[in-house]
Structures are given as structure tokens and as C-alpha cells.
Design a binder for this molecule. Sequence first.
Ligand SMILES: *Cc1c(COP(=O)(O)O)cnc(C)c1O
Length: 495
Amino acid sequence: MDLLYRSTRNEAACFTASQAILKGLADDGGLFVPERIPALTKSMDELAKMSYQETAYEVMKQFLTDFTEEELKDCISRAYDEKFDTKEIAPIREEDGAYYLELFHGATIAFKDMALSILPHLLITSARKNQVKNEIVILTATSGDTGKAALAGFADVPGTRIVVFYPKNGVSPIQEKQMVTQKGANTFVVGIRGNFDDAQTGVKKMFGDKALAEEMAQAGFQFSSANSINIGRLVPQVVYYVYAYAKLYGAGKLAKDERLNVVVPTGNFGNILAAYYAKLMGVPIGKLICASNDNKVLYDFFRTGTYDRNREFILTTSPSMDILISSNLERLIYRIAGDDASANKGLMEALSADGAYSITEEMKAQLADFYGNYAPEAETAEEIKEVYEKTGYVLDPHTAVASRVRRKYVAETGDTAKTVIASTASPYKFTRSVMDAIDEKYDAMSDFALVDELEKLSGTAVPRAIQEIRTAPVLHDTVVEVSEMKDTVKKFLGI
Ligand SMILES: *Cc1c(COP(=O)(O)O)cnc(C)c1O
């Protein structure tokens, strides 16, 4: 029997996995959740022997039950191939008493690749299964990382096109170069004269534009989103927690059923929610440790039970965690409300009206699996420097936030359980912040000169993703006003 999906804001309607992937967000604004979390069907001894791809199949087939074995295996083999620079896909590095699960070996050297390399295949398979004949047009606004990972995932995938808008002066030089050198006849990268919010608002407007949707349909197109709330992004992220546990167990680092804590540097709450789902599937995960930067909304939430976005937005060196509304938290709220869509809906309405809500004591009591803490900027830089000086291993700022929070957790609780830290980006992606943390003398050097310095210092070769963009030709140079975004899309589609 199929596992069905429901909206977190309305219990009535049910969708198959492929329908939920195609829709992305429910019509009522809620997020799709599976009606129950399936249990693992393979033992740890069996999982320990599996490759990443085999593990992905075991986990994903439990969630995406309307995909055939052939369909799912085809998606997996297209996603997790030589785009990753290591056969293990997600290798584990043991340093300074913790296991760093490196999720940055894909095309854009950040963890978004883990899901965005498979999402395009899940999406076109879903379209086929539901007799959708239109070409799928992915529309994305990016502050840097998501856009490039989505471009890399969708480039040259038949039946899809992708348009990415980024703030012309709001991304790092390396991030911009990564995007404007993107290959693929179906890709289109556009700078806008405005900030990220302008880009985001422009994209949202197009998604809600009925007349535009009509015009598109007549020309054989429909919009979709590669947004992190799509279950087609969430489910592939459960895989690496199962894989990490199984590999550590297989290597004798964990005894049978030994508890493993997980620390996740968190922004939109997708990655840590995937770890929670892995735990609910039966992986012996202990605490789920939610690490924030100075934008510590989640830390405050776990301490007080009140989620409050009414605060200053702080720009940090871990920009992918600079978020005040963690969209995927809604799935946890729904669960701790006892799968009560109307209770959840009330809280989400309060969030959108007042920017805040408080959960009940009963709900709070169900958060015992979670622990929240944060690392301010100075501590994050210190963590990079200290881990480097002690071990020679270089952390990116996002991972450093998590690494620091692990220390705080241990100091506060005395918990000695083994710990996996989700390492979400390569230090090469944030070379300037990383090198500045290690030594002030690097301050005057250009971004690309710093890349060479980092190679010398870390002893890890410059990843292909960075090597390529140094010499790659610029293929996208369109820059438009915010008011021209819609016409730009139409022109690209030829309508
Ligand atoms: C997106 C991102 C995060 C945050 O992940 P969420 O799933 O949004 O919580 C952390 N680190 C890096 C490098 C990212 O790109």
C-alpha cells in the first residue's frame, strides 16, 4: 500500500509521493508530510555492507512508494555518480574526538548537492507518472548556494529549464563566478539590480501570477520550485544519516544499538529534520543538536518554546544559516502537535501575522530529542583556527558553528556519546572567511589567491568545482531591473 502525504495545514487531502514532489508546497500553504514515518526494513549489519547508492534505495523506497524499483534506481544512479569527487559520496573524517560527515563532495561543494543532484530526476519521473506533458520550468531566487546547486542539478536534464535570479551585488565573487559560468542549454542566470528579498519577492509573484501560468500552459510550460521544503529534497537527506551510522557501525566505531548524537548547522531546518526522520525510522540516534549562528531564533525556541522572528537580521560568515524563518520547522511543529493540522495552522498564521508563536507545555515536552545552542561570529572563527592548529583539518564556517556547539553541548550536559557533525560545505567555498580566521595576514589577498594558500595549508587539493571556474568563460551576463523579471522569463521561454 502506498505511503501517502498530507499537508501540515489540512488533514483531508492525500497525495502520492510523486504528486507531492510535483506540487512542492500544498495549495493551503502547508508542507507535505508522510502519514507515518516508515521503519527501516534492513538490519544495521546488512546496511553496513551497502554502498551509498544501495542505502539510498533502501531508504527512499520506503518514502516514495509509488516509484517503481527501476524508476528509483535510475534516479539514484543518475544523481550519485562521478559528479561527486569521492566514491563514498559522503565520507566520514574522524578529527578531535568527533566524526565529520562530509556532505560537500558534489558538483558545487556544499551539502545542497546531496538532494539537488537527485531532485531533477525525481521531478521528471513524477511528471511522467502523472501524465504531465508540459516542460517543467524551475524558478529560483538565490543568495548564492541554492542557485548554483539547482543549476548544476538541472543542467541538461531533458524536459526541464531553470531560471535563477541573484542579487547582482549581493553574492561573493566565487559564488557569482560559479553561477555565470554555468553550462547547459536549458539554464538561464540573471542578475537583478536589487537585494535577495527583491529577487525572492519577484519569484513569488511569478509563482502566483495566474495570467502568466495560463500563457505558459498554452506554450507547454509549467513552473515548479526546487525549494528546500519539497519532500523530494527532504527524503534524499535522510539517506546520509542512515549511511553514516551504518558505516561507523561497520567499521567497529559503534557497538550494536549504541547511541550516536548528531550535530547539524541549521538554517531552514531541513537537514536536521532529515536526521530526526532517520531516528524515527529506527537509526539509534541520540540527541539532535541544532546549531545556529548569531541568528539564533531556533536556540531561543528550544529554550523557551517561543518562536520569535522579530529581531535584527545579522549577516554572518555562515550565510546559508542567516535565516529568521526556518520553513521546515513546521513539519516538527505539526508532529509535536499530535499531527494536528488545525493547531499547526493556527501557529503558522500567528507567525505570519505577528512574527511569533508559542507552543504548549505538552508540545514542548516532546522536544526532548532536541538540543539547541549557537556560536557567535568570534567563536566560529576561533573554532576554525583551533581545530586547524590542533589537527590540520580545515572547517568551513557553517561546519565550525556546529563543531563549536558540540563542545558547548558536551560542557553543559557531560554526555559522552559519540557524535557525528554534518559538514555542510567545503572550506574552499568560503575561502576568505576561513583564511581570515586562521591568520589576519591573508586579509589583503584576492579570493582566488587565497584558494592556493588554502591548498598549501590544508593539504587537500583544490576541488574541481573551484578549479573549473577559474578559467571557465562567462556564459550568462544578463542583468535586469526587478520590474523586468517577468519579461525576462518570458523572453527566455520564447513566449
Ligand atoms: C543550506 C545550508 C545549511 C542549512 O541547512 P538547512 O537544511 O537549511 O537547515 C547549512 N550549511 C550550508 C553550507 C548550507 O548550504
